[in-house]
Design a protein around this ligand. Sequence first.
Ligand SMILES: Cc1ncc(COP(=O)(O)OP(=O)(O)O)c(N)n1
Ligand code: TZP
Length: 505
Amino acid sequence: MMPEPVSETKPIVWTIASSDSGGGAGIQADLHTFNALGCHGCSVIAAVTAQNSTEVVGYETISPALFITQLNCLIQDMPPAAVKIGLIPDAELLTQLANWLAQHKAQHQFVVIADPVLSSSTGYNFVRQSTLQIWRQQLLPLVDLLTPNIPELALLSNLPHQNNDAQAQQLLQLGCQAILVKGGHLDASDNNTADSVTDVLITADNRFRLKQPRLDVTHNHGTGCVLSSAITAACAHGYALADSAIIGRAYLQQALSFSYATGKGAGSLQHHGWPVSPDFFPQLQHNDAAIDYNLCFAGITAPIGFYPVIDSVQWLKRLLPLEPDVIQLRIKQGTAEDIEQQISEAVLLSRDYKLRLFINDHWQLAIKYGAYGVHLGQEDLTTADLAAIASAGLRLGISTHSYTELLRARQIRPSYIALGHIFATQTKQMPSQPQGIARLKRYAALCSDVATVAIGGINAERIDAVLACGVSGVAVVSAITAQQQPEQAFSQLKQRVEQHYAHQV
Ligand SMILES: Cc1ncc(COP(=O)(O)OP(=O)(O)O)c(N)n1
Ligand SMILES: Cc1ncsc1CCOP(=O)(O)O
């Protein structure tokens, strides 16, 4: 199957690792992964291994001179957006690499993801104490994300008798920015069970767990290589580390689900394109004790469609004659008294006009006056009484701006999920970057089981591209309220959206 085209540009990514003659791991697996995730992969080979699906028979490292020549030659013409480091079974090459990265990383601003391969899954040991020291002292300070399994974490931290958290903290202290502790080894971690695998992403100020069903597959050669390469590819597409870890984990779950036999031992993973099925995405476990994930929110009866967002009851009165079907009242200014007055009046009007009216932020007033629904931001999720909203029968919409927020919102099972901001917007100062059309398409595909609304910078020129992404609604502010003829703008956009959904039925 051809991978889905995921973006207009193909970021350049490098793998600095070793060749696996069996093709399931190492450089070969990395390049397959990069390609499937819409990146152009370059390779810097550190060693050539002779291995098949049952054993590593031997290896030879490349000369330090040719190793450095590969790096220098690539940086001149094909600088990377992100670099993955894999098996480098030689202390001299590791030192050379650390020196080279120290010289070039800051200037070229690439992300470094390192998978500290210390032994093969078939049991071949590639490292000595001297290699571990170079990892600790020279490489870790240059690494943005390290992806050790539990035995590698213990070895690298040199704290074999401490728990995984203490070991990870030790590696952070040595200078690496973040650690994804892979839970695939059933033995040493209480995060893992026979049924599930939990990886833990740890940074200096954040920590969350990515939990997935444990797949009962024997063909799992190259799992670590594929995960770290998929994370590298996602970073190269500009996703933040946490989102990249999520994408990597979903890519791996998908590839493992279709793995196949190659020889007599563990076979290889099947590379597909960008993961979109919710089945492949992990469950995120934050320290969100305040959120109840077992609530049931009322569904939305008809497609959301055209969804204007306005900031006063005056605007509502102006638009009501044009027969809006859904509107959000998003009042950001005024006294508590004034806000309550506007909300109570708007809810009464919405009943007369059979309008589905969402209230932004003011969930208590929405419940008090019986609005159709409430829209909340991520920061509201731990302070609002979600159980009260659910039991009052109000619909809930939640804002999201990333995979991390999207997975969190999905776990709450709201009535709809807002995906934003898609394009630059003048209406609100956004702490995040515009997501763009390629990401919107991926997010919408992941939400095939829940209604979605796109928001942010959407106007008459852009609305067709947004609708083509498969969302169930399109929210706009300035495309109506900042226009010279708002009523005309409203009617034109509404008609365009209605035409789109009419053709979908
Ligand atoms: C449909 C829709 N999507 C997103 C938002 C933004 O909501 P929030 O994150 O709560 O930010 P503010 O609107 O409070 O600035 C929205 N209002 N509607
Ligand atoms: C409230 C909000 N949340 C994300 S973008 C946005 C503003 C959208 O306004 P506009 O449609 O004018 O870009």
